[in-house]
Design a protein around this ligand. Structure first.
Ligand SMILES: Cc1cc2nc3c(=O)[nH]c(=O)nc-3n(C[C@H](O)[C@H](O)[C@H](O)COP(=O)(O)OP(=O)(O)OC[C@H]3O[C@@H](n4cnc5c(N)ncnc54)[C@H](O)[C@@H]3O)c2cc1C
Length: 379
């Protein structure tokens, strides 16, 4: 019988997993709960560690063409504007780490990832409700009552993963104590200020920050995301509306550039940051986890999606080493080769210290997951 690989969730991690499996010659199906993907108002950084993966997938150049290419990641004191660090990116990143560092609209990135897939790979409106590992295969039951079977199931279904739940039981993620406010600003709004809007800058004070960058090469869209301590918001769902008033209060006394950004923001949303401590296992039987389903983190290192995409490469490599029928060995090898790095990134991201001071990011950006030798026997 032909192997059937099911991926639950078609986000940035699930889409990468499908693209990599198909490139390696496997068939796979992505079951996605959403009726369609929308261009959610948010940006994302993609480091050289993942641009190299996009090169392998044949989408690096297209992405690089429409993305913004910051020459530096600047960290600045939120009140005085003094520089705390200047981390070299741009040409330096290409030379040192082998690929560019970009910032982009996440909807544009996702759309490009999905275009690479064989038509029909993503089945929309398929919300997984129940999963049963029957030994010889896995039975998937969706909320519309339909059922499918698969040889192996990859849980790329985010922080509230059903697959994680099947492996480890029901346990809601923990609220981190911080929210992120997100807003897009039209580039032309910024021309009325005599201020320097840098391509990639993080404004810091003791317990809060605002990360700001362009989401396109044309610089027609600027984006910020904050981290602000906040009592746990009482609502269902991923985000809620916020307001300029709330942000002016949160960033009172901050530099005039930050004030100008708040003033220029159109819709402002507020996202509670939730996370989990590292999971005791990443797979069981025919099911395995990746990305936020496996190691969710506060977003402060701008590497959550990058880790999901690195996971997808390693899982594809391990399945290639063993063959699908030896999935248990492949899953163990995958965890052995991913856990240390993903947990390290998770810890630094949660601590929100990344690039605040002048540090060397080579261990993160220069890592070549496509070619790193596989290690066995650790875990
Ligand atoms: C404010 C903020 C800023 C961030 N900035 C960055 C950044 O700059 N760089 C970076 O690398 N990362 C960043 N991240 C992190 C990044 O967004 C996540 O780590 C990444 O999206 C995880 O990808 P994923 O595919 O694992 O999960 P998700 O993106 O959550 O995708 C999960 C998918 O599964 C689907 N799904 C869920 N349940 C089911 C079900 N039962 N059945 C079927 N489908 C289901 C969902 O609809 C969704 O499409 C940021 C996160 C936040 C909150």
């Amino acid at each position: 019988m032909k192997d059937r690989i099911a991926i639950i969730g078609g986000g940035l991690g699930g889409a990468a997993m499908a693209g990599l499996l198909q490139k390696a010659g496997h068939d796979c199906v992505v079951y996605e709960q959403a009726p369609a993907f929308t261009r959610l108002g948010a940006g994302i950084h993609i480091g050289p560690n993942v641009m190299r993966i996009f090169r392998h997938l044949g989408m690096e150049q297209q992405l690089a063409d429409f993305a913004s290419h910051p020459d530096y990641w600047f960290s600045r004191d939120g009140f005085t504007g003094d520089y705390l660090s200047r981390i070299k990116l741009g040409e330096f990143a290409v030379k040192e780490y082998g690929a560019p560092y970009i910032t982009v609209h996440r909807g544009d990135l996702h759309e490009l990832q999905l275009k690479l897939l064989t038509p029909g790979t993503v089945r929309f409106n398929k919300c997984l409700e129940h999963v049963e590992d029957r030994g010889d295969d896995v039975l998937l039951t969706f909320t519309d009552g339909s059922q499918e079977t698969a040889s192996i199931v990859i849980g790329a279904d985010g922080i509230n993963s059903r697959i994680r739940e099947a492996l480890l039981g029901v346990e809601p993620p923990q609220y981190s104590g911080w929210v992120g406010h997100r807003a897009l600003i039209r580039g032309d709004q910024l021309r009325r200020y005599n201020l320097d809007f840098e391509k990639c800058v993080k404004w810091w004070s003791e317990d809060r920050h605002m990360m700001v960058y362009y989401t396109s090469a044309k610089q027609d869209e600027y984006y910020f995301v904050t981290g602000v301590p906040h009592p746990e918001p009482d609502f269902e769902g991923a985000f809620i509306d916020s307001s300029k008033e709330e942000l002016f209060a949160a960033f009172e006394g901050y530099h005039e550039t930050v004030q100008a950004l708040i003033e220029s923001a159109e819709t402002i949303t507020k996202w509670p940051f939730r996370n989990r401590t590292p999971l005791p296992l990443w797979s069981s039987g025919r099911m395995v986890l990746l990305g936020d389903a496996c190691h969710p983190m506060k977003p402060h290192m701008a590497q959550g999606a990058c880790m999901a995409i690195e996971d997808a490469v390693m899982l594809t490599r391990c399945l290639g080493e063993t063959g699908i029928s030896e999935y248990a060995t492949a899953f163990a090898l995958y965890e052995q080769n991913r856990k240390e790095r993903a947990s390290r990134v998770q810890a630094i991201s949660n601590a929100n210290t990344w690039l605040r001071t002048q540090e060397d990011p080579a261990w993160l950006f220069g890592y070549d997951i496509l070619n790193v030798p596989l290690t066995e026997g650790r875990g």
